[in-house]
Every structure is written in C-alpha cells, then in structure tokens.
Design a protein around this ligand. Structure first.
Ligand SMILES: [Zn+2]
Length: 301
C-alpha cells in the first residue's frame, strides 16, 4: 500500500488497518473523516472520552467498508439529562447531532448503538421518501453486526436483537409492500428483513464467495453515500453487479410492491436461533442447517 493512499483524506483517521495509520501518523497529522465539532461543556465526562467514542464508532463502520465511505462527517453533541445516549439525527449525510445526558457514563458510551446507526446513514445514498425503509433497514441490520465485529456484542446478542425486532417488520392486513406502507415497524424492521434476506441470498447463490458487504462497498465506491440522492434503480444495479447476482433487485420487486410474508419462525429455526424455554432470552443452535451461514453473517466477510 502506498504512502499516498494511506494519507489520503478518505482513507485516513478511520482506516481498518490502524497500525499502519498510527505508524505513519507522526510524519504528518492525519485528518479525521469523522470529527467531533463544538462544545461538550456540562458533561461529566471529559472531551477526550467523547472523542474516543466518536473514533471508535467511526472505526466500527470503517472496518466493514475498508475505509470510511464518506468524505467528511461532523458530529455535534446536544446536552440532555440523565446518564444515557439519547436520540441521534443525520442531516444531509454530513452532520450528525446526538444527545448525551449530562451524566452520561463511560459504560453507556461503550454500549451505545445510536452513533453507529447514524454513521451508517452517511454511508448509503439518500433515496426518494417512499424508500425510507431501505436506509433505516440497512442501519438497523448492520449496526449490531458491525458492533459484534468490533467486539462490542456477542453473536447471540446480535440474533436476539433480530429475533425480537423482526416480527414488527412483518406485513399486517392491508399491507401494500414496503414502498407503500410507511409504518414504523415496516420502515425499520421490514427494511431490516429485506437486508437480512439479501445478505443470505447473496451468500447462498455465490456459495459464500460474496456477501452484502461487496454490494455496499461497490455502492460506496461509485460515490453512493449520504451526501447524494440516487434513484433506486441505480442502487440495485450497482449492488447486483458487484455480487454477480440479481438478489437485491428481485427481492426489491417482491418486497417493495407487495406484502411478501415471510415465515420468520421457520427462518430463525433454520438459522439456529431459538427462544430459550423461559423468558425472553435466545439461544444459538450450532447444529442447525444454516448455522454456518448465521455465523458468517456476524463473523465472516
Ligand atoms: Zn436511522
């Protein structure tokens, strides 16, 4: 890898290969792609701790893409109450505003998912309003997977999130497909189901040689990030071409314009995700027919 590439603004600061960046960083200050802007006065934690949280979240996303797939993202903090990370919002794919409680703890930052979710919105093109499910679904699908890859969640926690959330994304009576049913459940969890099925479909059709990551990296490489608006047809074309399949476009046709019910219970059982006998806990069955696929989604390419 050339020195030039290492120091290019797009790839520095949040590179997957952080050793390389650190080794060369002393020669010239490395510009950060994702930066904390503005004051954090009034928070119990020092600014350095907040910066570390922003950097860690950015690395979590960059590791998946190979680099952070946007040119610059500013993060500003609004002060709230309590100890938690509050709501976040992404503006025009370049600015994230996120609320932190005055007494937010280091532990709450370690467990935070909101910033990774918002950062994921900066990595994918904006779309017409009716396709909102595609962007919210992508952020909801990838956030726990990427955090597991960063060592912040276990594989079981990822699937517990999916198993408890996905039922809210199933079509109800009167549903007219994801493009025409803008309910909360369909937007967030219906969108998550689209991406889970797409990831599974790509892996199965390519015998594990390709995954959703290839489609998303290709979209990002073609300039498709949160700063631009793309037509749906372009997203599907670039994504499918990168995987050598028609998985994304076919699934889009089925799920966007008709209800497309999915037997979620059967799907999760095949993946080896079981509700434990008591309570709300979930357990993983490593002998299930699609256990390898399930593991690859969280741990693989
Ligand atoms: Zn969102």
């Amino acid at each position: 890898m050339s020195l030039l590439l290492t120091l290019a603004p797009l790839s520095s600061g949040v590179r997957a290969d952080s050793n390389l960046t650190h080794r060369r960083a002393h020669r010239r200050p490395v510009p950060r792609v994702v930066r904390l802007l503005g004051s954090v006065r009034g928070l119990r934690l020092p600014r350095a701790r907040i910066v570390r949280w922003v950097d860690h979240s950015a690395h979590t996303v960059a590791r998946y893409y190979g680099r952070f797939p946007a040119s610059r993202v500013d993060v500003s903090v609004r002060r709230g109450y309590g100890r938690r990370v509050g709501a976040g919002r992404t503006h025009a794919g370049r600015r994230i505003v996120i609320r932190l409680g005055r007494r937010v703890s280091s532990h709450a930052l370690d467990r935070d998912w909101v910033l990774v979710h918002e950062l994921l919105h900066t990595t994918f093109p904006r779309l017409a309003r009716r396709h909102r499910w595609m962007r919210e679904g992508l952020a909801t699908y990838l956030e726990p997977i990427l955090r597991a890859r960063a060592g912040d969640l276990s594989e079981r926690e990822v699937w517990a999130r999916f198993a408890s959330g996905l039922p809210q994304g199933l079509p109800r009576r009167g549903d007219r497909g994801l493009d025409r049913t803008p309910s909360w459940g369909r937007v967030y969890w219906g969108g998550t189901l689209y991406w889970l099925l797409a990831d599974m479909g790509i892996r199965r059709q390519t015998h594990g040689r390709r995954s959703l990551r290839d489609a998303l990296r290709a979209i990002a490489a073609a300039g498709g990030n949160g700063r631009v608006v793309w037509p749906m047809a372009r997203v599907l074309r670039v994504g499918d071409r990168a995987t050598g399949t028609h998985v994304m476009s076919r699934l889009y046709r089925r799920m966007a314009r008709s209800p497309h019910p999915v037997d979620l219970r059967a799907l999760l059982l095949r993946l080896g995700v079981h509700r434990a006998t008591r309570g709300r806990a979930f357990a993983l069955d490593h002998t299930a027919p699609m256990a390898r696929l399930r593991r690859a989604i969280v741990r693989g390419r």
